[in-house]
Write a protein that binds this ligand. Structure first.
Ligand code: AGP
Length: 503
């Protein structure tokens, strides 16, 4: 057992764990900041990603990383260096970018970077960032907020996700990222989708589609739960870890756990070169483009599209061919047009969201895939609108939540699926009879006249598994305008971070 000769006489000025590192480095410092950090690292447990500066060494920054992203950008011509958790922070600067790996420690100067890996000097490897369009590194493109820009980006981001992967005429899907895994995919007997927040909601759609279309057992699980329970992962399980950032701590831990239990792990990430990408056997890029707003919008819809492609690819590898697959491919073909139809209703959604501020409680109700869309739409309104919002499969209402319904309640019904529309209408009538106001979102239906509802939106019917994309986009626009008209912060809501790199 080693003993650290520290008598903590120094006063701690905050309650954050980071201060412990600063105090430790200060205690070990004997004139060389790098040596002090390297010694401090031998005492640390847990995860970290930090940068240390010292007033006596203004030209030096020492950085270290373990299970937390640290990226260094060097501008050799300009004599500048930048450090961030995400390369996007460097904007369009032409930099040599180095990503630290686990347990790396580096000395950064304006003239370059000296990297230590496993105690030895290591030649840093610059990351190839050519894949990122420079105009997609975080500009509002004239919009007031990133969130609105990213909502409006969706026809384009969805198209980007399909490009070169899906040939509509040939009814053929190919994900080149999975080419090397053909053999393993052939043997897959079960799927598990892991993610947090919006990524988890996308996984729920994936699991339901997998059972519907491939008849393979599948489940979606919140990554923070999966990592701590005792999941039954039999051989031939494909674990799909979904993360916009690829840096969410719980998803990374769930990925490691799935790997330890013998699953084949494929990542679905939007940000390239992420920690998750390094861990997984293969990564399918979500291709939504840079998403800056804390509230996930286009990354979610692109995740759903990518999952659909992945499952179609899996079906092809397994030699499965069905009418349902053809139908889904036809749906993919009509998707951007359907999305544009929803976006075109922005002024009406803005008016409805403004009026809705008079209610104190909100419910999103749906069934089947629409229930998953409800969960995602509710998360948006909670995140940026700070509203008291619930999302439920509508059949569950009468098992408890209906007790909350009164005249201060607004219920938004996502009635996208024809086969459960009758049940949905009857659930909406039930809440209306108890004083709630109802916004009905559904395809055209003559029986459901507008005057029956407090609000009415008509969306086209495309495909059951893709239609949630349209309803979620309605939810995104509703949340944005609710927050905007309430005067709330949009892109950086309180208490939230874009990527949750801690537990
Ligand atoms: C979504 O709007 C949220 N910001 C949040 O739930 C997010 O989806 C979650 O933290 C997961 O992030 P990831 O996709 O980067 O792993």
């Amino acid at each position: 057992m080693r003993h650290l000769d520290i008598i903590l006489l120094q006063q701690f000025y905050s309650e954050t764990d980071t201060e412990v590192i600063a105090q430790l480095v200060a205690h070990l410092y004997q004139g060389d900041i790098l040596l002090a950090v390297q010694e401090a690292l031998t005492w640390l447990q847990g995860t970290w990603g930090f940068a240390v500066v010292h007033q006596l060494h203004p030209d030096q920054i020492v950085v270290a990383s373990k299970d937390s992203p640290v990226t260094v950008g060097i501008d050799l011509l300009g004599g500048q260096a930048f450090i961030a958790s995400d390369r996007k922070a460097f904007g369009q600067q032409a930099l040599t970018v180095v990503r630290l790996q686990n347990n790396d420690c580096a000395l950064v100067k304006a003239t370059g970077i000296t990297l230590w890996r496993e105690g030895k000097l290591h030649t840093p490897q610059a990351v190839d960032w050519q894949g990122i369009p420079t105009d997609d590194l975080g500009h509002k493109a004239g919009y007031a907020h990133f969130m609105w820009k990213e909502i409006m980006d969706q026809p384009q981001s969805i198209m980007q996700g399909l490009e070169g992967r899906f040939e509509a005429c040939a009814r053929h899907v190919l994900l080149s990222e999975l080419e090397t895994l053909k053999e393993q995919l052939l043997g897959v007997k079960r799927l598990v989708f892991l993610g947090c927040g919006s990524s988890y909601h996308a996984g729920q759609i994936g699991a339901a589609l997998c059972e519907e279309m491939l008849q393979l057992p599948a489940q979606a699980e919140v990554a923070s739960e999966f990592r701590y329970r005792t999941p039954l992962i039999e051989g031939e399980t494909l674990a799909i870890c979904i993360s916009q950032s690829g840096e969410t701590r719980d998803v990374i831990a769930a990925c490691q756990e799935a790997q330890r239990l013998g699953a084949l792990v494929v990542a679905l990430c939007n940000v390239n070169h992420s920690t998750l990408e390094h861990l997984a056997c293969a990564t399918v890029s979500v291709r939504a483009g840079a998403e800056v707003s804390v509230c996930a919008t286009k990354s979610f819809t692109s995740q759903v599209v990518t999952i659909v492609l992945l499952l179609l690819h899996l079906a092809t590898v397994k030699g499965i061919r069905s009418a349902r697959m053809d139908q889904l491919m036809q749906g993919l073909q009509g998707l951007t047009l359907a999305v544009e139809t929803v976006l075109a209703q922005a002024p009406a959604v803005a008016a409805c969201a403004g009026e809705a501020r008079r209610f104190s409680r909100f419910f999103f109700l749906g069934r089947c895939y629409m229930a998953m869309a409800c969960a995602e739409a509710a998360l948006k309104l909670r995140e940026v609108g700070y509203a008291d919002v619930y999302a439920l499969p509508s059949g569950e209402m009468k098992h408890g939540a209906i007790a909350l319904v009164d005249s201060s309640t607004l219920v938004i019904g996502f009635c996208g699926h024809a086969h459960v529309r009758k049940q949905m209408y009857s659930n909406l009538m039930e809440v209306q009879a108890r004083g709630a106001s109802v916004v009905l979102c559904s395809p055209e239906d003559e029986e459901m006249r507008s005057e029956l509802w407090w609000g009415r939106f008509v969306f086209p019917a495309n495909d059951d598994v893709l239609d949630p994309i349209m309803y979620v986009i309605f939810g995104q626009m509703f949340a944005y305008h609710y927050a905007l008209q309430s005067g709330f912060l949009i892109d950086c809501p309180r208490n939230l971070a874009k990527s949750v790199t801690v537990e």
